[in-house]
Structures are given as C-alpha cells and as structure tokens.
Design a protein around this ligand. Structure first.
Ligand SMILES: Cc1cc2nc3c(=O)[nH]c(=O)nc-3n(C[C@H](O)[C@H](O)[C@H](O)COP(=O)(O)OP(=O)(O)OC[C@H]3O[C@@H](n4cnc5c(N)ncnc54)[C@H](O)[C@@H]3O)c2cc1C
Length: 494
C-alpha cells in the first residue's frame, strides 16, 4: 500500500466491511456517494481517488437518489438534485465519470450497485449513522462481490473513535477538548481530485440501459424531474438552493456578515442570525471540515491555537473569537453529540431511548388534563389556538425550517398537546422529517429527544403535564424575544 493511499484517510475513519483484496482485473474504482454528497473536503472521495491512483484505474462516481424511503418528497429531492447538477459539472471538468441515478419508482434501483460493483476493484462509500443509511450499508456489506470500505467524514471527531455514549453536552465537550487536537492534525483535502488523470471509466451499456442515469437536461430542471416521481409532492420545493456551490456561498456569506452577530442575535427570530447551514450539512453539500477551514482562514486561526482543555466549560477551548467559539459549540459539540448517540444506539428516535427520569416524570403526568389535544392533521396545518406556534409551523411548511429558538418551543407545545411523550415524539418526527430541509438527521432525533429530556436535567418546581421536564411557554417566549417581524411574516393572514 502506497503512502498516498495510507495518508488518504486516518484509520479511525475507515471501516472495511468486506475485506477482500482489490481485484486487479477490474475496470475501475467505484465511489458510492450516499451521504457526503460533495466533491471537496471529503475523506470518502479522497480514499476512492487514492485507490484509483494506487491501482492505476479510472474512478467512477455513483450518486443515487432513492424514491422508496419513508419521507421521499419534492423539496428534498430538488435540493439533492441541485447538488447532483453541481457534481455532474465538476466531475466532468476533471474527467471523472459520474452516474447520477434518480430512482424512477421504489425498488427500481435494486441491483445497480451490485452490477457496478462486479466490475469494481474496490467500492468506497460514506458512513452515516441515521435514517435508512445504516441498514442500506449493512445490506451492501452482506451482498457485494468486492472489497467495501465505509469512510466516516461526519464530524471533527471520528464517529467510532469512542464507544462511549455521552448523555450530556458538558461531558462530551470535555471529551472533545481532550481528543480533538489529535484528529485536527488529519484533515481532508479541499480538492481530493487534484492531479487526478486516470481516464474515464467505461460502464457496460446493458447497465445503463437497465438503469438509465439522469441527463444533464433533467438535472437542470429538478422541479420537473421530482414532480414526475412517485414521491410525496405536498412538501413543495423551497426557495433555498441545494448543492455544494450554494452551500459554499451561504457559508461565505455567514462568515462575512453573520458570524459577528451570532452570539447576540441568534435567539431572536427577527434577526434570523443562524448560519442556515443545517440542510447543507445534512446532505453533505457542506462539510464540517470545510466550515473549519473557512473559519480558520478568516480568523487567522490554526489548530495550534486550541486552548487547553477546559473540563467541558464552553469558553476558551477553541482559542478563536468569542463569536466563532459560540458557533463552533453548536456546530461541533451539539451536532456531534447527536451523531455520537446515533452511531452507538439504535433507539435515537424511540421513546425508550429517553433518560429514565424523563420517561418516569412523563408517565406520572400522563393523566394530567391538557389545555388542548390536537390531532396530527390540525398540527400539520398550523391550526392551533397559539398564533406563535402556528407561525413556526407555517415557516416549516413554507421554507422547510423553523427558527432555532422557536423550534424548541414548537416541540414543547407539541408535547403539551399530545396524550404523552410517546405520541409527542412520533408527531415531532413525522412533522420534522416530512417538512424540514435538515430532517432525518442525527440532529433531528437529538433535537426532538431534547424536548423530552435527553441531554437535559430534571427541573423544578414540578409542573402539571411537564413534570420535571424543562418548561417553555409561548407567553414567556414572546416576552423574551424580538418577534414582531417574524409574526408579521408567518402570522395568520389578516
Ligand atoms: C425539536 C427540534 C428539532 C430539531 N431538528 C433538527 C433537524 O432536523 N436537523 C438539524 O440539523 N437540527 C435540528 N435541530 C437542532 C437545531 O434547531 C438546528 O440545527 C438549527 O436550528 C439549524 O439552524 P442553523 O444551521 O442556522 O444553525 P446554527 O446556529 O448556524 O448552527 C450551526 C450548525 O450547528 C448545528 N446545531 C445548531 N444547533 C444545534 C442543536 N441544538 N443541536 C444539534 N446541532 C445543532 C447544526 O448542524 C447547525 O447547522 C432541532 C432542534 C429541536 C429543538
């Protein structure tokens, strides 16, 4: 194994799930792009390119988009398709063959990966710990005829570098403060395809006949393509453009114009000072390493400036500006806390996965009278008697997002209006995964579980319905936050 291949990905990010030697008679190296949907800052693509170089074989990139999963819907499809258009352009420029497969009906793509893998020396793919991807990776590991490597580029901390499941942000932050310096010494290259000159992979005609790829023209009209598919059309496409180019532009704008306001204004819906990066991070159009690179360039920062471990305290560990530190705490501590849970437990989206004290307090208050009991349809249609909650739900329906602070309130009120925690959890997941552009993510399940006590502590005084769960109310939220413009924009039509 050459130094280039060894250096491509740290061992802590590499899982060989089918351990066979690469076949020298094969036609290409296959990169199966399923989570890190980008052509830059990608350990997966970097590993695949290094294998291609090692074996002197062309690289083939397959990016599938399935029709048959539970929440397949227009707005998500369009976002991913916009990313595929970027990849087609970029990979064409560097001479790498790219196969954008858009499944025309559930199950139609079955057999495509195996057919391509038959001619592959190695298959390299992305690790991702949520939604249907872990099951899909397990199935591939049982069936493929070739070497299969699963590469983790999810976070700054490799997801399998510890078996420990962290129950609080504080202990996880302390762990990060101790462990990150080692992992920040090995970052992915901004351009994993630099210097790649191995020719175009040849794909048998019968494969392309049976599984036709999306054309450049189809990718240029993603709304039309999605509308023709048997998926959920109610979540209509949103104004937010998907793809690595749109993601990079949003990141640059946030760092230039938004970051300085972030600590002071993030909580106020009228200021809307969040980065808006979560959909790009979810689909892999933006990588957390890329965010760190860009932030470091603007702050003139390097990992050498990391402060000493602070025992889990929030301030002082990054050695960046205060604003960057506040942002990094969300991006790294909170985001990777949810990734940590999903990696090691399979109950992230289940009531049984909540802490015992939270389940007990909800059980004790299960019979408390609720102020209202709405059904899922009323919630989904934003038809409650709480104008602030309705406004948040309308933002979700229209834009596929809810302002960060209001998202917590949104969840707390769903709990209050449901028969118990189990029903509340199922409803939050259904609404969030169906409508939110960043849904189906480890963060989705950690955010929803947070509403019901995960990563939190028991609070007093004990209250009706909530028991010891942290309480939030619309009245308090209205008092604390600047909301006038938000309510004007998403409030009831006059
Ligand atoms: C009920 C509920 C549901 C949620 N569902 C999702 C979801 O489906 N997908 C999702 O990505 N986040 C979810 N969150 C977490 C949080 O609301 C969003 O990550 C954040 O609002 C995204 O906006 P932003 O990109 O502007 O965040 P910024 O404030 O700019 O933060 C930067 C990044 O840090 C991460 N981050 C920020 N806040 C949190 C948090 N509280 N927990 C974990 N990571 C965080 C995200 O990756 C985010 O993109 C949920 C929270 C709650 C309370």
């Amino acid at each position: 194994m050459s130094a280039r291949l060894e250096a491509a990905v740290p061992d802590s990010r590499l899982r060989v799930t089918i351990d066979r030697p690469p076949s020298s008679a094969a036609s290409y190296v296959l990169y199966w792009m399923i989570a890190a949907r980008r052509t830059h800052h990608s350990f997966g693509l970097q590993r695949a390119a290094a294998w291609a170089h090692e074996l002197r074989k062309p690289l083939l990139v397959l990016e599938p988009l399935r029709a048959g999963h539970r929440w397949a819907a227009d707005r998500h499809h369009v976002f991913v398709l916009q990313g595929m258009a970027d990849h087609a352009r970029r990979l064409e420029t560097v001479g790498v063959r790219y196969l954008p497969y858009v499944e025309p009906r559930p199950g139609a793509g079955k057999g495509l990966l195996a057919a391509l893998a038959e001619r592959a020396a190695v298959v390299v793919t992305d690790d991702f710990p949520a939604y249907f991807l872990p099951r899909m990776l397990d199935a591939a590991a049982r069936r493929l005829p070739t070497r299969l490597e699963v590469i983790d580029g999810n976070g700054l901390l490799p997801i399998r570098s510890t078996d420990r499941v962290f129950s609080r942000a504080h202990s996880f932050r302390a762990h990060l403060q101790r462990e990150l310096p080692e992992h920040l010494a090995r970052l992915p290259s901004p351009d994993p395809l630099a210097g790649h000159e191995l020719g175009r992979a040849r794909v048998p005609r019968e494969v392309l006949r049976r599984w036709p790829m999306a054309t450049a023209r189809e990718l240029r009209a993603p709304e039309r393509l999605a509308a023709a598919l048997p998926i959920d059309h109610a979540p209509a496409p949103v104004a937010l453009a998907g793809g690595e180019r749109a993601g990079a532009a949003r990141l640059a704008r946030f760092l230039d114009e938004g970051l300085a306001r972030y600590p002071e204004q993030r909580n106020h819906p009228d200021e809307d000072a969040g980065s808006g990066l979560s959909p790009y991070l979810h689909y892999g159009h933006v990588s957390v390493h890329q965010v760190l690179f860009e932030l470091a360039a603007r702050e003139d920062w390097s990992p050498a400036q990391l402060g000493p471990p602070q025992g889990g305290a929030r301030e002082g560990s990054w050695g960046t500006s205060e604003a960057a530190e506040a942002f990094l705490d969300e991006l790294v501590t909170w985001r990777e806390l949810g990734i940590n849970y999903c990696t090691h437990r399979d109950d992230a989206d289940r009531f049984e996965g909540l802490p015992a004290w939270a389940r007990a307090t909800m059980a004790e208050h299960a019979c408390d009278p609720r102020p209202e009991l709405y059904d899922l349809g009323a919630l989904e249609a934003a038809r409650t008697r709480d104008p602030l909650w309705n406004a948040a739900q309308r933002q979700l329906l229209r834009e596929g997002r809810i302002h960060n602070y209001l998202r917590m309130l949104w969840g707390k009120r769903i709990y209050e209006w449901s028969s118990g925690g189990e029903e509340a959890m199922a409803r939050m997941i259904a609404l969030n995964d169906r409508w939110a552009m960043d849904g189906r993510d480890p963060n989705s399940y950690s955010g929803i579980a947070w509403v019901l006590g995960r990563y939190d502590r028991a609070w007093g005084p004990e209250r009706p319905i909530f028991g010891k769960l942290r309480y939030m109310s619309s009245a308090n939220t209205r008092r604390k936050l600047r909301l006038r413009d938000y309510l004007a924009r998403y409030g009831e039509a006059p």
